[in-house]
Structure formats: C-alpha cells, structure tokens
Design a protein around this ligand. Sequence first.
Ligand SMILES: CC(C)(COP(=O)(O)OP(=O)(O)OC[C@H]1O[C@@H](n2cnc3c(N)ncnc32)[C@H](O)[C@@H]1OP(=O)(O)O)[C@@H](O)C(=O)NCCC(=O)NCCS
Length: 203
Amino acid sequence: MPEDLTVTGPQLSLRYPVAQDAPRLFELAADPEVTKPFAWGPYEKQEQAADWIASTARSRGDGDALEFVIADAADQPVGAISLLELSRRDRRAVIGIWLGRPYWGAGIGDEAQALLAHLAFGPLRLERLGAWVDVKNQHSQRAFERLGFTNEGVLRSFQRHYGRAHDLIAYSLLREEFEHSTLAAVAVQISGDSPPAWVCDPW
Ligand SMILES: CC(C)(COP(=O)(O)OP(=O)(O)OC[C@H]1O[C@@H](n2cnc3c(N)ncnc32)[C@H](O)[C@@H]1OP(=O)(O)O)[C@@H](O)C(=O)NCCC(=O)NCCS
C-alpha cells in the first residue's frame, strides 16, 4: 500500500510532495526573496524542484526530514513546511517553512504551523518544537513570536550558506505551551500513518 499522511485544517492541508507539484514549486521558489534565508535556491530550473520532491521519500524514511507541501483548497502548493533535526531520544525537532510570495500575510503560515504542531505533539509524541531564524529575518521572527514561540537567544555563526556564516535566533515551543496556544485551538484532522522513523516511543 502506498504510504500516506495528510494533515487537514480549515483552509489548508499538509501532504507529501508529488511529481505533479514540480512546476508550481519551481515557480514559487524561483523568487530569491522566498529562498533568501536558506542554503538552497532560488530555483533556476524545474528539475531542481523535481529532484527535491524525489528525495523526500528517502529522507522521510531515514528520519532526516519530514517534508510537506502546504496545499490550498484546490490542492495546489502554496509553500512547504518540514520537520528537521529530529532527536527521538529528546523528543524534539526543528521546523522549516517557506511560502510563495503571493501567500505572505494571509494567515497561511499560522495555519500551516498549527497543522504541523498538531502532528508533532500528537501522533509523533514530540515534546519540543524548535526553529532557527536568521537575526536579519524579522518577518519570520515576528511570525514565530506571534504563535507563542520563545526567543532563547542568538546562536553565533550557527549556519553557513554559500560560504557565509549566519547568526540565528533559537526559538522553541514546548508541549504545555502548545496546549495553551492559538495553534492548539485550530481544528485539525490527521489521516494516514505517521512514518515510523518519526514516531517517538510511548512513555
Ligand atoms: C516566514 C514567512 C513564512 C512568514 O509569512 P507569513 O506568516 O505570511 O507572514 P506574516 O503573516 O507575519 O506577515 C505580516 C506582514 O509582513 C509581510 N511579509 C511577510 N513575510 C515577508 C517577507 N519575507 N518579506 C516582506 N514582507 C513580508 C506580509 O505580506 C504581511 O504584510 P501586511 O501586514 O501588509 O499584509 C514568509 O515570510 C516566508 O515564507 N519567508 C521566506 C522564507 C522564510 O523566511 N522562512 C522562515 C525561515 S526561519
């Protein structure tokens, strides 16, 4: 049976990327403003989006990255969101997110974060979600703070992108904070099986 996992909210769903998403993901991530904070992109050819899509099943199975397309009501990609840097022992992972520029400021980021948090603190049994945000990326800092993440301070020269060092702010959200946050209040349905590499043992 093909593996499947979909997290559905009021306006959006998170689902695994499929080959047919390549043209739209390419179009959205060919914008240098979208990929500015990352060590990849902007995309120059559609093949790069296709290669990323093709890599996601393996990285999901290996526990390296749990990648989702953020899809609108017509099931079209508007961006992507991921869990990264999983530690099952410590029950934590880090979030990565980007939205295509036409979708900034529309509440889509907040709903996508809510869907991912429901999965992480629900079936995956994580206890901490983190995020690394460039000190210059004020839009992303504001977004995480609005959702209740705590600023834990600056990690100096924490990542290198294209040979340049970046200082990042560490953000975190703990399970009990999630449970009292606006994220928890979003109505979410989770269907399908979580990939075994991402599920922590029951207590
Ligand atoms: C981070 C990101 C997902 C936030 O998007 P969002 O949740 O829609 O942002 P907000 O709702 O907080 O946006 C608030 C306002 O800032 C604007 N804004 C958001 N991101 C912006 C950006 N990167 N550059 C310029 N303006 C931006 C919005 O258009 C909105 O403007 P308005 O009030 O005039 O409508 C989005 O900026 C993005 O995808 N950026 C590129 C990738 C990135 O930085 N990822 C995070 C890495 S840690």
